[in-house]
Design a protein around this ligand. Structure first.
Ligand code: NAI
Length: 358
């Protein structure tokens, strides 16, 4: 079979650090395995436009491996050209870069390594919440630039204790965030999700479900977004919804950039309507140099906690999603059942309930 992987270039770092498995150089550690089984393995970072390796090779590829960090966008049109394609594997979590509805129609399976980096992201969410609430970035900028003016930082720094924190999406990551928030003695933990948590799980973290989205955001000092990107979440956080946020709330989004309207969020930070926004996911990746999220600041000079997309690709996470990808391939080649938690789209139907209510 022909297996095509779209990965990002790791350059010098990937040569020096073999644990950077998600790079073109280190090939998810799959070459020896795939070739020993007689398969052809093509690895490339070239993914945009008709002359890209992605578009050239997709025509006769049987299995496509992609990652959310350098997404090979498998559109409906591209899928129509992919005559042999049977399986798409996401090395990581989040398969929105594949047109999932088209995959259902074409009976192409979409699998991901569910759970492989959910702790990595939950830790990033905690860091992002703390760096916004405590106004860390401007404080650090003072330290490295030779300045020292505590009042300029402290005037916009708060404790997380006593605040209301809510997660939009309470699946693997959202729930782990709730668990990690428990020792911070927040005033309340809330969640918004069309799937309620099991009673025991809700009780264990003391979280309350709010069923109306506007009511949910209006009660939160901090909102963290932990839902997949699909028709029901695209552009969900926009000018209209932002009006229902508490004035001066903080927003963290490590789920997918396109869940937020980029211009509306930047305007809300600039006006102070949001005290800050942090995340690692962008509506276009790599983000252009003039993306408004790179330079936005609140009126007091802080409130920007953006990074490139890396929360789910720590070295620990890479080991887990590389191993998980190999296991998925092995199951497929040997006709063994897949872990049901890894199946987003099965043959001709959604198997995961996380990509919208159907
Ligand atoms: P999950 O499938 O365990 O949980 C997602 C939850 O979101 C489910 O409970 C689902 O019901 C809920 N949901 C879906 N649509 C919703 C809506 N409209 N409103 C409220 N809740 C909704 O997924 P998991 O593992 O927690 O991951 C969530 C997302 O995080 C992934 O799909 C991916 O996009 C993103 N992610 C980001 C990473 C990064 O590196 N920044 C790494 C891993 C995941």
């Amino acid at each position: 079979m022909k297996v095509l992987a779209i990965l990002y270039n790791g350059f010098k770092a990937a040569k020096a650090e073999p644990r950077l498995l998600g790079t073109v150089e280190n090939e998810l550690g799959l070459r020896a395995y795939l070739e020993s089984q007689g398969h052809e393995y093509i690895v490339t970072s070239s993914k945009e436009g008709p002359d890209s390796d992605f578009q050239k090779h997709i025509a006769d590829t049987d299995i496509l491996i992609t990652t959310p960090f350098h997404p090979g966008y498998l559109t409906k049109e591209l899928m129509a050209k992919a005559k042999n394609l049977k399986v798409c594997v996401t090395a990581g979590v989040g398969s929105d870069h594949v047109d999932l509805n088209a995959a259902v129609d074409r009976k192409i399976q979409v699998l991901e390594v569910s759970g492989s980096n959910v702790v990595s992201v939950a830790e990033q969410v905690m860091m992002s919440i703390l760096l916004l609430v405590r106004n860390f970035v401007p404080a650090h900028e003072q330290a490295v630039s030779g300045n020292w003016q505590v009042s300029d930082i402290a005037r916009n720094a708060f404790d997380l204790e006593g605040k209301v924190v809510g997660t939009l999406g309470a699946g693997r990551i959202g729930y782990r965030v709730l668990q990690r928030l428990v020792p911070f003695n927040t005033k309340e933990l809330l969640y918004f999700d069309y799937k309620g948590l099991p009673e025991e799980a809700e009780k264990a973290v003391g979280a309350r479900r709010v069923e109306d989205l506007k009511e949910f955001v209006s009660q939160c000092d901090v909102v963290t977004v932990n839902a997949p990107l699909h028709e029901g979440t695209k552009g969900l956080i926009n000018k209209d919804l932002l009006q229902h946020f508490k004035p001066g709330a903080w927003l963290v989004n490590t789920a997918r950039g396109a869940i937020c309207n980029a211009d509306d969020v930047a305007a809300a930070v600039k006006s102070g309507q949001l005290r800050g926004y942090a995340g690692d996911v962008w509506n276009v990746q790599p983000a252009p140099a003039d993306h408004p999220w790179r330079s936005m600041r609140n009126p007091l000079g802080g409130g920007n906690g953006m990074t490139p997309h890396y929360s789910g690709t720590t070295l620990d996470a890479q080991q887990r999603y590389a191993e998980g990808t190999k296991q998925i391939l092995q199951n497929y080649f040997e006709n063994k059942p897949q872990d049901p938690g890894n199946v987003i789209v099965g043959v001709g139907k959604y198997e995961s309930a996380s990509y919208g209510q159907r």
